[in-house]
Design a protein around this ligand. Structure first.
Ligand SMILES: *[C@@H]1O[C@H](CO)[C@@H](O)[C@H](O)[C@H]1NC(C)=O
Ligand SMILES: *[C@@H]1O[C@H](CO)[C@@H](O)[C@H](O)[C@H]1NC(C)=O
Ligand SMILES: *[C@@H]1O[C@H](CO)[C@@H](O)[C@H](O)[C@H]1NC(C)=O
Length: 417
């Protein structure tokens, strides 16, 4: 009966809207882009160090750009951070066209930064659509940096063609060997102060929305757990969410108001462990980030997790390690985000065992993917829910409404690790 009334209501609503608005416009379907996961087994000594270096820069960079919107100051602030430049261990890339005719570039997908740039690998191929803005551009990441000249050009993402998109062209870059640059899809404010002319550079999502090419200023991101080093199993949807990629309800929470997490795709969350609800992390601000591999928790929270699990710190990988017996009794972590609790199963908490040796571990050990952020909680960015979290939950960044959505997927409870 309830279903019938809902159906009738839907039909009535449709009839009303049809009669009020006789011209039915067929909206463009959202545009999807396949994301490949690439694992660099040679470039990175330590998975954790790469993630911690990124965390340090994320915290410092938002402070630097708040203090001064100036490229040179940003570069100086980056130098102050003094983190080692190393290729990210795990990166997610997609093929993006620039110019007309387009040359395709293999770009790293990043919700933790917002400039789109090329030239790290393949050189810029200029065409009649390429315009030099006369501005210098520079950005520093935990995994490297680039500087060069800001252009506008036609950018092609799947069937989406974005004209006059701001594109940085690197004359110098480090830490991105093997890739061509970055597709920055985080908050547009992060572009503020990255060019010598000042102001913001709309991201590809902002620009496509402003041009009416997509219906909503949001992106939906789907990852899946994998036991392969390199695989194309992710999907980035521009302007919509892919309802085939999640189960149950998609629930949104506002971007946190706590700085510096508020500068990114930041949220408030608390974490408990097991059926007894042991507190691991009291409600605090942190970020979601496709550019971080692990789940990083403030040192005090990680210590509580280590006590709860009985794990020991593994010298070779920098990760926590548990025995087979401890794994057998490992309980779920519960991420409380808004009014929803997301269960993160024991299997989700371990690094895929078939990839242990790829991170310098031993094939017979069991490593935990929740690791040390490197600073205590209370600094306004107390966790990073990286890729290992996002491969268990569908993820939506709705920049128009400053909110973030999550949903369970058919991989939430996967036991593939
Ligand atoms: C891996 O990293 C090393 C060192 O940073 C780099 O030279 C190499 O090109 C990278 N390989 C891939 C496939 O990304
Ligand atoms: C780990 O490294 C520390 C310092 O280098 C050393 O004292 C300790 O014995 C090592 N632990 C193991 C289990 O190898
Ligand atoms: C995962 O497993 C838990 C506990 O068994 C269950 O409550 C939950 O509904 C499952 N989630 C999904 C998305 O299948």
């Amino acid at each position: 009966m309830a279903r019938l009334s809902a159906l009738l209501l839907a039909l009535t609503a449709a009839a009303v809207s049809v009669s009020a608005k006789p011209i039915v416009t067929v909206r463009d379907a959202p545009v999807t882009l396949a994301i490949a996961r690439r694992f660099n087994t040679t470039g990175v000594a330590n998975l954790l160090k790469a993630d911690q270096a990124r965390a340090t820069v994320l915290k410092a960079r938002s402070q630097a750009s708040a203090a001064s919107a100036n490229v040179l100051d940003a570069a100086a602030a980056a130098a102050d951070v003094g983190v080692p430049v190393t290729n990210g261990a795990v990166v997610y890339t997609a093929s993006v066209g620039v110019g007309s005719p387009a040359t395709s570039y293999d770009l790293i997908i990043d919700t933790g930064s917002s400039n789109t740039w090329i030239g790290a690998g393949k050189s810029y191929v200029k065409t009649s659509t390429s315009v030099d803005t006369g501005s210098r551009v520079a950005v520093t990441y935990g995994s490297g940096s680039f500087s060069g000249e800001e252009y506008t050009d036609t950018v092609t993402i799947g069937s989406l063609v974005i004209e006059k998109q701001g594109v940085g062209v690197a004359s110098r870059s480090s830490g991105f060997s093997g890739y061509d640059g970055i597709l920055g899809i985080g908050p547009v404010d992060l572009t503020d102060g990255t060019t010598s002319s000042g102001g913001e550079i709309p991201t590809v999502v902002n620009a496509a929305f402003a041009a009416g090419s997509i219906d909503a200023n949001l992106i939906g991101i789907s990852f899946e757990p994998t036991t392969s080093l390199s695989v194309t199993n992710g999907e980035l949807m521009f302007g919509g969410v892919d309802t085939t990629k999640y189960t149950g309800a998609l629930t949104y929470v506002p971007i946190t108001s706590t700085y510096p997490a508020s500068a990114y795709v930041g949220i408030d969350q608390s974490i408990t462990y097991g059926s007894s609800g042991t507190n691991i992390l009291s409600s605090t601000a942190g970020i979601t980030d496709t550019g971080t591999t692990l789940i990083l928790l403030a040192s005090d929270a990680l210590a509580r997790y280590q006590r709860a699990t009985g794990a020991v710190l593994d010298n070779n990988t920098g990760l926590l390690r548990i025995t087979t017996a401890q794994f057998a009794s490992l309980q779920s972590l519960f991420f409380h985000i808004g009014d929803t609790t997301y269960e993160f199963t024991p299997n989700a908490q371990i690094w895929p065992r078939s990839l242990n040796t790829a991170i310098g571990g031993s094939a017979s050990s069991i490593y935990l993917i929740t690791a040390d952020l490197g600073t205590n909680s209370g600094e306004g960015l107390d966790f990073i829910n990286g890729y290992t979290f996002l491969e268990r939950f569908y993820y939506v960044y709705d920049s128009a409404n400053s909110q973030v959505g999550f949903a369970t997927t058919s991989f939430t409870n996967a036991t593939t690790n």
